[in-house]
Design a protein around this ligand. Structure first.
Ligand code: ZN
Length: 137
């Protein structure tokens, strides 16, 4: 049975994020960003830990702390490769934590390429504030 990918690409998981989760190098930052979202949705902490740049990575995530959150929607607003080693992806994601109201997250993330692979660096400080505000429900 072919399931649709949790990253909302409209493709099947096997043709989208699954190969990345199984070790294929992401061809660009957007694909990595989508695969990281899918990894949140599917509770794959190893993938998240393995693609977070060691310089900014917090303590390793474990599956347990991911279980209370359901990821409901991903929208990629823009993906821009700035240079060979740097890219920026702006996205929003909807999620629900426990019984709380559906919440909305907006982030522009920085990705860097080192040793031939893309890494998630973190949220950019200059994620547009007005965009953030307009997404507050
Ligand atoms: Zn996907």
């Amino acid at each position: 049975m072919a399931a649709l990918c949790p990253c909302y690409s409209g493709k099947h998981y096997a043709d989208c994020c699954q190969p990345l989760h199984q070790g294929t190098i992401a061809p660009d930052a957007e694909r990595l960003m989508r695969a990281r979202y899918s990894a949140y949705a599917l509770k794959l902490p190893q993938f998240l830990n393995a693609t977070w740049h060691p310089a900014t990575r917090p303590k390793p995530m474990n599956a347990q702390e991911m279980f209370g959150i359901r990821w409901l929607k991903l929208t990629v607003h823009s993906a821009q490769q700035i240079s060979d080693t740097e890219a920026q992806v702006c996205f929003s994601a909807d999620y629900r934590q426990g019984q709380q109201k559906r919440a909305h997250l907006y982030e522009c993330s920085r990705f860097v390429r080192e040793e031939g692979q893309w890494w998630y660096w973190g949220a950019l400080d200059d994620s547009p504030q007005d965009a953030k505000a307009s997404y507050t429900l």
